[in-house]
Design a protein around this ligand. Structure first.
Ligand code: PMP
Length: 436
């Protein structure tokens, strides 16, 4: 299935009035070529484009939809919330309940502030870290994406990798002068930076499960070394769990690795498909925020009752339905099915997977742990695989560096279909010849 006539017609209209035809860059097919599908509806594991074509979806709105699209109970809760008003600009019950649930779920945190996106969450957490420590330097890792806030838009993730830009135009050099970038999985570089500048570092920001430039699963020892260096030098460790938070489990990567950050950021799953972000930490840090403290942070739609209700409903259903364990099981099943399907493939490939997050590492017998180790031929091969799967009615993200997501709406039959399609695409002799 190529993008049909209706998608093409709508996308031509989009290109006239939206830069690149999209409201967020990776939705454009810059990394894979072709015309994006314009979507008209979605339910469960399926999205339907404006031509009426159905696709088995492994994008899940880039992570939020852990229950699948349009879960009936989430919809019911949202409808009910809407009938009571869509925004109050005042404290509301679902906001308080969701905060209580987050605090009860994630290790070491006592208070939460809600915002409307992951970008805002990280931007605000960094401001808080600087305000609380009185220090200026921020450390991030190459390939980790923390939203499009100016001073973190350095060596960041898929959108930028896809377009081959090291960073963004419009960000003055002075804005990033206080940001240090290190490679992932490199204890030596980490030690060196701390030895030189440790006492000036306000915070080290990391995706503990780096998922924006492939899935670069880290060695727990590296994360532990980071924790202990932060402790030794009085820098704050910020886990950006916008993707991994409430996807890996209620305690996120902190629980998975047994490492507590000082501050954590959330987004995606915590909003159940509505625009929500959050950052959280112990009271001793969070009290620095306005109105109690001197670090200013605010939002007209923050803690919005409809969005809070969607997040709350999603997390309650995940708990009631033993969702995280079931997703991990489905992930394991997928891993086995894919490993078998890749046996005869023309291109060496391996699967990086943690719970319901997955990424196919091309030209790699073992998934890499550093951005720098992703093979340069990846994007070209992925573009062909992407279109081969789309033609079979399977939607992956339109970027080689974006990960895939399983949801509770996916069945074993669905993941078998994905594994078989990937296996067939990568066994195609034409593909082998094209990269030889
Ligand atoms: N942090 C991480 C780890 C993310 O993956 C993203 C988005 N992909 C963000 C921050 C930014 O979130 P948003 O797109 O909601 O601003």
């Amino acid at each position: 299935m190529m993008a049909g006539e209706e998608s093409a017609r709508w996308f031509a209209r989009a290109e006239a009035v939206l830069p690149g035809g999209v409201s967020s860059p990776v939705r454009a097919y810059g990394g894979v070529g072709g015309t994006p599908l314009v979507i008209q509806s979605a339910r469960g594991a399926t999205v339907v484009d404006v031509d009426g074509n159905e696709y088995l979806d492994f994008v899940g709105s880039w992570g939020p939809l852990i229950l699948g699209h349009a879960h009936p109970k989430v919809l019911e809760a949202i409808e009910d919330a809407c009938r009571r008003g869509t925004s109050y600009g005042a404290p509301c019950m679902p906001e308080i309940e969701l905060a209580e649930l987050v605090v009860a779920s994630y290790p070491g945190i006592e208070q939460v502030r809600f915002v409307s996106s992951g970008t805002e969450a990280v931007m605000s957490a960094v401001r808080l870290a600087r305000g609380a420590t009185g220090r200026d330097l921020i450390v991030k890792f190459s390939g980790c994406y923390h939203g499009h806030v100016d001073h973190l838009l350095v060596a960041a993730g898929s959108g930028l990798a896809t377009f081959g830009q090291p960073s963004s135009a419009g960000v003055p050099a002075t804005f990033t002068a206080l940001t240090r970038v290190l490679p992932l999985d490199d204890g030596t570089a980490l030690n060196k930076l701390f030895a030189e500048d440790g006492k000036r570092i306000a915070a080290v920001v990391i995706e503990p499960v780096p998922a924006n430039n492939g899935l670069l699963l880290q060695r727990p020892e590296f994360l532990r070394a980071l924790r202990s260096l932060c402790d030794r030098y009085g820098a704050l460790l910020v886990f950006d769990e916008v993707i991994s938070g409430f996807r890996l489990g209620p305690g996120g990567a902190a629980e998975h690795y047994g490492i507590r950050p000082d501050l954590v950021t959330f987004g995606k799953v915590i909003g159940g498909g509505m625009p929500v972000g959050a950052f959280a930490g112990p009271r001793a840090l969070m009290r620095h925020l306005s109105p109690e403290g001197r670090v200013y942070q605010a939002g007209t739609l923050s803690g919005n009752p409809v969005a809070m209700t969607a997040g709350l409903a999603t997390l309650k259903i995940m708990t009631q339905e033993d969702g995280w364990r079931r997703l991990d099981e489905l992930g394991r099943y997928f891993e086995q099915a894919l490993t078998a399907a890749l046996a005869g493939s023309a291109v060496t490939a391996s699967l990086a997977r943690l719970g319901s997050m997955f990424w196919l590492a091309l030209f790699a017998a073992e998934p890499p742990r550093q951005t720098e180790r992703i093979d340069a031929r990846t994007a070209g091969v992925y573009a062909r695989v992407f279109h081969t799967l789309l033609a079979k009615g399977i939607a992956l993200a339109p970027s080689a560096y974006e990960i895939g997501f399983l949801s509770l709406a996916h069945s074993r039959v669905d993941v078998d279909r994905l594994a078989a399609a990937l296996g067939a695409a990568l066994s195609d002799p034409k593909l082998a010849r094209s990269v030889a």
